[in-house]
Design a protein around this ligand. Structure first.
Ligand code: AMP
Ligand code: MG
Length: 327
């Protein structure tokens, strides 16, 4: 069975083609880059609509298949930005209706975990999913992916991006902060906020910007921002590992590109006798194959949706989704 997956929750319009043996046949991504500031949902959605046809053609060409060979269409149904979700869903519905094949809506966060399990071989990890739009510590328990901890305000990728923007670094901020952090020498104390198992990054962002304006060294600030934010992420992940006694830790999402975060998390995993995994870069990012693969898992395990049931949900939570393929 061949599934075409459409990812469109935020900046990336991705088309992935995968088969039910877990082989990825195509991974095409068109990424919206705002000229200035953050992502405007409507502008991103217009970008997706304008690029949908080209992405689809590229994907079919890469996979060396014709549209007729598609047996299933999957799409990112949430969580994400409303206009982007609706654009991806509309493309998916049109395609499924025209091809007369089934359609399934997929949860974006769960798709990150499933493509991570597929590409790393991890079986049952505690996952730290960190991106520009999400920050969650997730582990499977009693039929669902449970959220053990999450941000109460902004995601950690957003914290890095906003800080970078405010101090004059280009977007995306994460890689620039990482580069400057490597030359930081002194730790500047910044707000470290862990509430129970949850996290908060907005006070940290504001204070880091304030310190910059007060004249602190930018290298030291980047270093301190990373150390503070990442230590909080590792603390919450560590407690999830200790509680669940799982023997695997996986890091995914755009922020997973960060070497310091990888280093810290790997160290923690090793202290708990757990193996540490990071999917290949193209599968840490938002991508079509993660939707295609999760769509296949869902469909093969009996999930069915009528066209009129394929609504999008901007705030669709990870722990609201039944996971029949892991029963
Ligand atoms: P995503 O939302 O999954 O597309 O990931 C994008 C986010 O990852 C943005 O917030 C980036 O700043 C962040 N990011 C990308 N590379 C790095 C890096 N090397 N270190 C930290 N954050 C990064
Ligand atoms: Mg994502």
């Amino acid at each position: 069975m061949i599934c075409l997956g459409i990812e469109g929750t935020a900046h990336t319009f991705g088309i992935g083609i995968a088969n039910s043996r877990g082989k990825v046949l195509a991974n095409v991504a068109k990424v919206f880059v705002p000229l200035k500031g953050g992502i405007h949902p409507r502008e991103a959605a217009q970008f997706h609509a304008a690029n949908a046809r080209a992405a689809l053609n590229d994907a079919l060409k890469t996979a060396k298949i014709r549209l007729k060979s598609i047996d299933l269409v999957a799409f990112s149904a949430g969580p994400g930005l409303g206009p982007c979700l609706r654009t991806a869903a509309t493309a998916a519905r049109a395609l499924a209706a025209w091809l007369n094949v089934p359609i399934v809506g997929v949860n974006h966060c769960i798709a990150h975990i499933e493509i991570g399990r597929l590409t790393t071989g991890a079986d049952d990890p505690v996952t730290l999913y960190v991106s520009g739009g999400n920050t969650q510590v997730i582990a499977f328990d009693a039929g669902r992916y449970r959220v053990f901890g999450e941000t109460l305000d902004i995601p950690v990728g957003n914290c890095l991006d906003v800080f970078a923007r405010e101090v004059g670094l280009s977007h995306p901020g994460g890689p620039n902060v990482e580069r400057l952090a490597s030359e930081g020498k002194h730790y500047i104390s910044l707000p470290y906020v862990v509430k129970g198992m949850d996290l908060s990054f907005s006070g940290l962002t504001t204070e880091a910007v304030r310190r910059y304006r007060a004249g602190e060294d930018l290298h030291d600030l980047c270093y301190s921002l990373q150390e503070t934010a990442f230590a909080a992420l590792v603390e919450v992940t560590e407690r999830a590992v200790a509680h669940t006694e799982k023997k695997e830790v996986m890091l995914t999402g755009g922020v997973a590109a960060n070497s310091r975060l990888r280093e810290m998390l790997k160290l923690m995993a090793e202290e708990h006798g757990a193996k540490f995994y990071v999917p290949p870069r193209e599968y840490c990012q938002d991508c079509g194959p993660m939707i295609a693969w999760t769509g296949l898992l869902a469909y093969k395990h009996g999930i069915r949706q009528k066209l009129e049931e394929t609504i999008v949900r901007q705030r669709w939570r990870t722990d609201e989704v039944d996971i029949p393929w892991r029963r």
